[in-house]
Design a protein around this ligand. Structure first.
Ligand code: MLT
Length: 270
């Protein structure tokens, strides 16, 4: 799948841009890159224009020295759409940290969102304990580098079935994390620990919304996502079997079928 670099403000964003039609923006989780959507791109691109960026600092996008908040990242995504000439609204689909950025995006740019797909994410901010652990992790990664982060995270991202039957997705994800710049990981942890509670924004969301979560997600449990979905009028909630936190990678057949059907039944044809 071909990617290219585009300039967005002072950032060089690595972007996969495939297909034609209304736009679906896929935003990766932490500390990953656009390749986590590789099983979605071709199927979605048969019907839509699919934009899959590496967020600044991640993947092959330019290195970032300063700390970017999740609101900053939402602003950069909005600017990226402008640079690409995407007018009007898009389907915003984000996983975990990509979902946290999604709450910011829909709050700051409501007119830019036609559909919201929240994957394996949560609206609440961190407890003080989690926030403190993130600050410790941010300091530690600057000393140890990213490989120990990959070792520590990898088994939490996937369900046991994926770990035993799909070693290639586990290994590839491990490699992406291990190659991520420690400064980006540190900044990402600090940005997530500072994020606001987005629960209060949910009831203002008035676009078709789908919440998708791996049935065995231990990082963002299905019960919490279901409660988030209940705060948005007519939002749909779906658990994906044989999947943990990385549902789009772990069970792409069901994930793709469900999001394509969601987009079909909630799109008004003019
Ligand atoms: C992610 O997958 O983006 C992370 O698990 C988010 C987090 O650390 O809260």
């Amino acid at each position: 799948m071909e990617t290219r670099k585009i300039s967005v403000g002072k950032h060089q964003i690595q972007l996969l841009d495939a297909g034609q039609g209304s736009t679906v923006l896929l935003v990766h989780g932490f500390p990953l890159d656009h390749s986590m959507w590789r099983f979605q791109v071709n199927e979605l691109a048969e019907h839509y224009r699919v934009l899959c960026p590496d967020l600044p600092g991640y993947g092959s996008s330019s290195h970032v020295v300063e700390s970017l908040s999740l609101a900053d990242l939402a602003d950069i995504l909005a600017e990226m759409l402008t640079v690409l000439g995407v007018a009007g609204s898009v389907t915003y689909c984000g996983l975990s940290m990509g979902g946290y950025i999604g709450w910011q995006f829909v709050h700051r740019y409501p007119d830019r969102v036609s559909h919201l797909i929240a994957c394996d994410t949560r609206a609440a901010n961190d407890s003080e304990t989690v926030s403190r652990a993130r600050r410790v992790a941010a300091a530690t990664v600057r000393q140890t580098g990213s490989s120990p982060v990959a070792d520590a995270m990898i088994l939490k991202l996937f369900c046991p079935h994926s770990i035993s039957t799909r070693p290639e997705i586990v290994e590839q994800t491990h490699a992406v994390i291990a190659q991520t710049d420690p400064a980006t990981i540190a900044n990402g942890q600090l940005a997530m620990s500072d994020r606001p509670d987005a629960t209060k924004w949910l009831e203002q969301i008035n676009v078709p919304s789908l919440f998708v979560v791996g049935q065995e997600d231990e990082i963002t449990p299905p019960s919490e996502m279901r409660q988030n979905a209940e705060l948005i009028a007519n939002a749909e909630f779906l658990e994906i079997t044989d999947a943990g936190h990385m549902a789009p990678l772990e069970n792409p057949a069901i994930f793709n079928r469900e999001i394509l059907e969601f987009l079909r039944r909630t799109t008004v044809v003019s």
